[in-house]
Design a protein around this ligand. Structure first.
Ligand code: PMT
Length: 406
């Protein structure tokens, strides 16, 4: 990537905490400076075990802030001064300990204190062993920080320095810089909070069996990516899928329709635009067997089903209704009629209808949509899901701005 001066005048305060990935921070500083940023660095004691302050001083061109209690440093630039100086605070790599400190508001070292004292947007790029990342303690801290508006870049999946494989790698330096660059060029949805559901739900019958559908999540994930490209802050509530998280997206994994409902309700108050792309099971087994069901001599087995909550219907009729509620309709026949019925019955602002077929919709790479809103209609002909998603996000943006201009 060639330097662009895009960050000219931007003060980026980079926090480095104690992970082996700390060595990549020198490259990150160099890339940010190539784009014109002024970068100051603060390091935890752990980080200095992996990369020297002298290296960071050399690449940033400024003394590195290390200790909260260093009288000289406090005189040169105290934690309050650093906190005020920053336009953005980026912590890369951010360890599990760093996440825990920030979640609980600790102020026992320089980095946590500066974060507590600063109103600058905080971006964390976690790096840690995959078991540490997936540990419930870390995951709870991650969710809480996201709910407070902290942004996460990564982590990514792949080979780890400890020899294991999994999620927990520091996002690639190029990707971190690209995401920071997209924050500068305001897109049509800049600063808009989007909540998107994607994928299927699994409704357990017993510990090994469930009712599901053929949704792969590709359409919903493409929408999340397209919305980030348009500048939105995106939370993606995802059913079980085999897809990587698009860069810059906050992903919350769920399994059942009830869990999807609960997760959506948790994020609803801060949501401006809601898109329900998930193929939510309308029904779940009324009773979930605690032990694996055994085959009996009967030819027939009756499974009693119970209605699941209708997520989008609840969202559209809630006291915390987002400004725009967008639904999907997947139909095998009478596409337009059923889609328009759903638009009205669920009180949606817009519905994107897809015909279920051999080449389209569920599980496929391509899709085609008929989009309806009150007094309007647009057709999107067959194309890869990311292209369709970008076009749909354009229509959603137009409807959102049209609604706001009334
Ligand atoms: O995931 P892919 O393989 O890429 O496929 C994409 C897709 C075909 C799943 C997607 O484009 C799509 O059409 N999603 C909606 C599928 C669906 O379940 O439609 P529906 O007509 O049954 O539901 C209508 C709307 O109500 C949807 O917005 C759905 O998310 C919502 N709903 C349905 C039931 C329920 N209990 N709660 C809901 O919120």
């Amino acid at each position: 990537m060639i330097g662009s001066n895009a960050f000219r005048g931007k003060h980026i305060l980079l926090g480095i905490t104690g992970s082996i990935a700390a060595y990549k921070a020198a490259d990150l500083v160099r890339r940010l400076k190539e784009h014109g940023a002024e970068v100051r660095v603060m390091m935890s004691h752990g980080a200095t075990q992996f990369i020297t302050p002298l290296t960071m001083q050399t690449v940033s061109g400024h003394p590195v802030s290390l200790n909260f209690f260093d009288a000289d440093e406090e005189a040169a630039m105290g934690h309050i001064k650093l906190a005020r100086w920053a336009d953005w605070i980026v912590i890369a790599p951010a360890t599990a300990d760093c996440l825990a400190k920030l979640t609980h508001g600790h102020a026992d070292d320089l980095i946590s204190t500066v974060c507590l004292a600063s109103e600058a947007p905080l971006i964390l790029a976690p790096a840690m062993n995959n078991k540490m990342w997936s540990h419930p303690a870390t995951q709870q801290n991650y969710q809480l920080l996201k709910q407070r508006g902290v942004e996460f870049f990564g982590p990514e999946s792949g080979d780890q320095a400890c020899g294991e494989q999994g999620e927990g790698r520091l996002m690639a330096v190029d990707a971190i810089v690209s995401l920071l660059l997209t924050k500068l060029q305001p897109g049509p949805l800049s600063g808009t909070q989007l909540l998107i559901t994607a994928g299927p739900t699994y409704e357990p019958i017993d510990p090994v069996r469930f009712i599901a559908n053929r949704s792969s999540g590709k359409m919903g994930y493409a929408l999340a990516q397209a919305a980030v490209e348009a500048g939105a802050n995106v939370t993606l509530i995802s059913g079980p899928v085999a897809l990587g998280t698009p860069d810059g997206v906050n992903r919350v994994d769920v399994e059942t329709a009830q869990q999807m409902y609960d997760a959506v309700m948790q994020y609803l108050t801060q949501t401006i635009i809601f898109i329900g792309c998930a193929a939510v099971a309308d029904y779940r087994p009324a009773h979930q067997a605690q032990a694996k069901l055994k085959k009996s001599t009967n030819n027939d087995l009756t499974l009693q089903l119970q209605l699941n909550p209708d997520i989008i219907n609840t969202v559209a009729n809630s006291d915390n209704r987002p400004e725009l509620v967008v639904g999907f309709a997947a139909e095998t026949d009478d596409l337009q009629q059923y889609a328009q019925q759903k638009l009205q019955q669920k009180r949606l602002d817009l519905i994107a209808a897809n015909r279920v077929g051999d080449r389209l919709a569920f599980g496929q790479e391509n899709n085609a949509l008929e989009i309806f809103w009150e007094g309007g209609h647009k057709s999107l002909t067959e194309a890869p899901k990311l292209e369709i998603a970008r076009e749909l996000i354009k229509v959603i943006t137009e409807r959102y701005h049209a609604k706001n201009s009334i």
